[in-house]
Ligand binder design. Structure first.
Ligand code: SF4
Length: 207
């Protein structure tokens, strides 16, 4: 992986079309299309990759010895761990060795969500921090500006436990960024998002 040392600027495209694609991916209606180049930051940042029981193609390509039962989830849900360098066991010297069959979690991960939402990546993932600093969205249209305002309005309240059913704050920054993407409509219309509005929507979606 050579991009870890590369601090050159990368175009992240326009934010409004990006959001449309990201929301669809999070709904299971597609996948993200990230111009990663040689970057493997997300594959080498001490992340547990969740694989669901219906992901037959991924499971068929992941050796049993690198799968572990997913904590707190029913039998059949597994996670991939990481080695002492933080690397996914399926990551080879030239990238993902099962790319065509990679898990759903990998297909919807897009580190541009940190740039879009303003959520800071976790400090224990310096390669992702570095990569996020390289992205720049292209010049904004009025629609793009509205999207950024909405995303950042929701993200700004997500450190408040009152947003979450049971007051359980998600431990990872990527979870909060994904929530901001999923709930961006709450921040639309010029009215700042509130923890109460976020909680109502998260409760509705989990019921
Ligand atoms: S399965 Fe492939 S894409 Fe997913 S984290 Fe591992 S190496 Fe990266």
């Amino acid at each position: 992986m050579s991009a870890a040392a590369d601090d050159s600027i990368l175009s992240a495209g326009r934010v409004a079309p990006w959001l449309e694609q990201m929301v669809a991916a999070l709904r299971g209606e597609g996948e993200t299309d990230v111009p990663c180049g040689e970057c493997v930051a997300c594959c080498s940042s001490r992340q547990f990759v969740h694989v669901e029981p219906d992901e037959h193609a991924a499971l068929a390509h992941i050796p049993e010895e690198v799968r572990f039962p997913a904590p707190g989830l029913p039998a059949g849900h597994v996670v991939l761990g990481y080695d002492d360098r933080g690397r996914c066991p399926m990551l080879g010297e030239r990238g993902c060795t099962i790319y065509a069959h990679r898990p759903r979690a990998c297909r919807v991960y897009d580190c541009r969500m940190f740039l879009a939402t303003g959520v800071e990546p976790d400090r224990d993932q310096p390669a992702i921090v570095r990569q996020v600093r390289r992205w720049r969205f292209e010049p904004e249209t009025a629609d793009d500006t509205a999207v950024l305002v909405a995303l950042r309005s929701v993200a700004a309240v997500l450190d408040d436990p009152a947003c979450y059913p049971g007051d359980r704050l998600p431990s990872r920054a990527s979870q909060r960024a994904a929530i901001a993407v999923g709930l961006h409509e709450i921040g639309r219309g010029g009215v700042p998002a509130t923890p109460a509005a976020v909680r109502v929507e998260l409760t509705r979606r989990s019921s």
